[in-house]
Design a protein. Sequence first.
Length: 129
Amino acid sequence: MINNDKKTILELFNQPEKHPSAVKLFAKLQKQNKIITLENLHEILNSLEKSEKIESLLDATGQKRYHLKAEKHCHFICSECGLVKNIELENGAINMLTSYVQEKIRTFAKIEKINLSFEGKCFECLKNK
C-alpha cells in the first residue's frame, strides 16, 4: 500500500502546480478518492525526501513546499502570494557560486548541497497593489 501511495504522490508532481504543500497534496489525493491520512502523507513525503526523489523548501510564509528533485536550479518565491518558480541555472553559474562560498568556509565546513532561493513579489501581486 505504501509503495502505491508513493507512486500516486509522485505522479501529483507532474501536474501544473510544481511546488505544492502537504495540505494541497492531501486535497488532491482526497479529490482522487485516495484513502490516506495527513499523518501518513507526511511520513511518505519524508521518506521520498530521504530517498532524494523529492526536495522541500520553505516559502515566504514558512510553509514547507515540495518538488521533484531536479538538477541545478534555484527558486523564486513571491513574498506575498507564496508562488514558487524554478529558475534553471547554467552549470558555470552554480560552480562559480559554489567555489566562491566554499573558499569562504573552507576552514570550517564543506558544501554538500545547495538550496538557493530569491524572494520578491511576482508581477501578479505587483499589479494588484
